[in-house]
Design a protein. Structure first.
Length: 367
């Protein structure tokens, strides 16, 4: 949404829909939380041991935004300080009846086989020698070799990985010693573990794999069988990818699932692998005003002596006080509504008179 030039903003900084362009995914305020993520990702680059980190907080506290910001290639490149950067994947925890398969499919959806093949070949090493050392599962090693073999159409590999290979496809793949389809969680987890190991090997492309699993609180609505399957997936993926894998799980606290309920839904085998917990607390006044300054500065067009312009500071203070205890998302929504209404009415700035005009839209009607 474009705004009037009088408001001195390129666009609405508080929009509720996610930014499409990576360069528009900006981190504002909350330097302590940002530093915790930076340290964890840097550690995954420098120290090979795989690890699991739990991020938790209220709905709208910024967990999903963190996953999107720290998946930006330029951000990861800056954190790596070397030729190889981490490879980041962001997926939601599936709500369906087959969570491991759906997680597997979500990851396959994000893989560009042709691009990965080119990059591995450019490294100059022989990935097959590395694959030969990955355990004794002949099928898995054959599939991994075919994945990186540009003599086999990438489309056939993708069809196979999705489980949709027909008889003709299987005949062709049989020449590469792929004699059956994947048929269970063990196959899906085994392939992902093998692939992640290949991509972070000496012949690989990346320093580490950073896997974000968003909306992890949805574990609470799964059946007990599927809760067990999701736990087994995490445990086996970490066990079978002992190096260069960092998993972040984003957990929104709710009446169904809070941190105190971890023991009910997350097995001891998984809990014991959690190396850190990053808490997204509700912002206090000072934190939110710092966040607001940073965000407006990023979207600023021109200059202004008031760091909150087009908002007067007393407007900022009034909204913060009125929305006390609100999430970051709720505060963003209040400022977004006020900004768009002011722009619609061609206001040149947003002072208390403008706020009073639109107060009920911003904070809800009160007697």
């Amino acid at each position: 949404m474009s705004l009037s030039k009088n408001l001195k903003l390129k666009s609405n900084p508080f929009r509720m829909t996610p930014a499409i362009k990576p360069e528009e995914i900006f981190w504002a305020g909350f330097p302590e939380i940002k530093e915790k993520f930076e340290k964890r990702i840097k550690r995954s680059i420098k120290i090979k041991n795989s690890s699991l980190v739990l991020n938790w907080g209220e709905y709208g506290s910024g967990k999903t935004h963190a996953s999107r910001y720290f998946s930006r290639k330029d951000i990861l490149k800056n954190l790596s300080g070397q030729d190889k950067s981490p490879f980041s994947l962001v997926i939601p925890l599936p709500k369906g009846k087959d969570p491991v398969y759906q997680i597997y499919i979500s990851i396959i959806d994000k893989l560009n086989i042709e691009e990965l093949r080119k990059e591995v070949q450019a490294s100059g090493g022989d990935i097959n020698n590395y694959i030969d050392e990955l355990g004794d599962n002949i099928l898995m090693k054959s599939v991994l070799k075919a994945f990186f073999n540009d003599g086999i159409a990438a489309s056939i590999i993708k069809v196979y990985l999705y489980g949709n290979a027909n008889a003709k496809d299987m005949n062709e793949l049989g020449e590469s010693n792929i004699l059956r389809k994947f048929n269970g969680d063990e196959d899906y987890t085994g392939f992902l573990a093998g692939l992640f190991s290949c991509l972070t090997s000496e012949m690989g492309l990346f320093s580490s794999i950073v896997l974000w699993i968003d909306e992890f609180e949805d574990l609470a609505i799964l059946s007990s069988t599927n809760i067990d399957k999701a736990n087994n997936f995490l445990r086996e993926l970490l066990d079978n990818t002992p190096n260069n894998l960092l998993i972040f799980i984003n957990l929104t606290q709710s009446t169904l699932f809070g941190v105190e309920d971890l023991g009910e839904y997350i097995s001891e085998a998984v809990r014991s692998r959690i190396k850190d917990m990053i808490e997204f607390q509700l912002p206090n006044d000072t934190e939110f005003k710092k966040y607001l300054k940073d965000l407006i500065s990023f979207y600023r067009e021109g200059t202004d002596t008031n760091p909150y312009f087009p908002f007067d500071e007393d407007v900022v203070d009034w909204i913060i006080k009125e929305k006390e205890g609100a999430s970051l998302r709720a505060l963003n929504e209040a400022f977004s509504i006020l900004l768009e209404l002011a722009d619609l009415e061609s206001k040149s700035k947003i002072d208390m008179s403008v706020l009073n005009e639109f107060k009920s839209d911003v904070v809800g009607w009160k007697e």
